[in-house]
Design a protein around this ligand. Structure first.
Ligand SMILES: Cc1cc2nc3c(=O)[nH]c(=O)nc-3n(C[C@H](O)[C@H](O)[C@H](O)COP(=O)(O)O)c2cc1C
Length: 191
């Protein structure tokens, strides 16, 4: 299989547009052959509320995007024997963070994340919650210690964004960086 394979999971937190932007950018990159898309039930609800989009709309963004039912624990990404290059959960709910931190692999989102950690593939968790309680903070440290990259949705404003898409896209650039997909972006800080 040539080309990289990533997983994008959208969970039930505000900010699903950040997930859509990341999905779009990964699928558009020539180095990427396939993007597995996972979305939790509450993730679907947030996507509908905030982006006026359905899962089917996301699948239509690119033929590289393959949606998997998050209850399908038999999907290829559920196994470490399936070669994959990394995963991002964006937005990542506090609930998803807690399940990943505890190794509770009851859904394809938490199982695929667990597989990433055990196979030492990049796992980027874009938490979206505020303020943070002690449980959230401890869970962030736990996943960090297990190898995950904790990357809360905290966009930079030094780029002087003029649209919401600017904000989503600049953040997507940073997420792709963490997955080893470095793209030119005029909004990078140049000093
Ligand atoms: C409209 C809506 C918005 C929510 N926003 C957040 C949020 O921003 N952050 C968060 O941690 N949980 C949020 N929640 C709660 C989670 O969706 C809930 O804890 C859920 O069980 C998380 O499961 P999931 O990660 O499988 O989607 C929200 C729920 C709803 C219905």
């Amino acid at each position: 299989m040539s080309g990289k394979r990533f997983t994008v999971a959208i969970t039930g937190a505000s900010g699903s547009a950040f997930g859509v932007a990341t999905l779009r950018r990964l699928a558009a990159n020539d180095l990427v052959a396939e993007v597995a898309l996972l979305i939790s039930p509450t993730g679907r609800r947030c996507l509908a509320d905030e982006c006026r989009m359905k899962v089917e709309d996301l699948g239509e963004l690119s033929p590289k995007i393959k949606h998997h039912d998050e209850r399908n624990l038999g999907a290829a990404i559920s196994s470490g024997s399936h070669r994959a290059d990394g995963m991002v959960v964006i937005p990542c709910s506090a609930g998803a963070l807690g399940r990943i931190a505890s190794g509770i692999s009851e859904s394809l989102v938490s199982r695929a994340a667990d597989v990433c950690l055990k196979e030492r593939n990049p796992l980027v968790l874009c938490l979206r919650e505020t303020p943070l309680n002690r449980i959230h903070l401890e869970n962030m440290l736990r996943v960090h210690d297990a190898g995950a990259i904790v990357m809360p949705i905290m966009p930079g404003f030094y780029t002087k964004p003029s649209t919401f898409d600017d904000i989503y896209d600049t953040f997507a650039t940073r997420v792709l960086d963490q997955l080893g997909i470095s793209e030119d972006d005029p909004r990078r800080w140049k000093g």
